[in-house]
Unconditional design. Structure first.
Length: 54
């Protein structure tokens, strides 16, 4: 199954399911920002955009 490349606020997904942050992780200074990124990763995984979470 091919997943289109798309951006979810702070995350970028490639068609092969690779994920990267739009900016370095060190720049997510607050716990609320870090929580937002984690929630987006989980939501994207559930939507099938990420093949596996390690």
């Amino acid at each position: 199954m091919r997943v289109p490349s798309y951006t979810v606020r702070t995350l970028v997904f490639s068609p092969d399911g690779e994920m990267r942050l739009e900016r370095p992780a060190e720049t997510y200074a607050t716990s609320s920002e870090a929580r937002m990124v984690c929630n987006e990763v989980i939501a994207a995984h559930r939507a099938g955009a990420i093949r596996s979470l390690v």
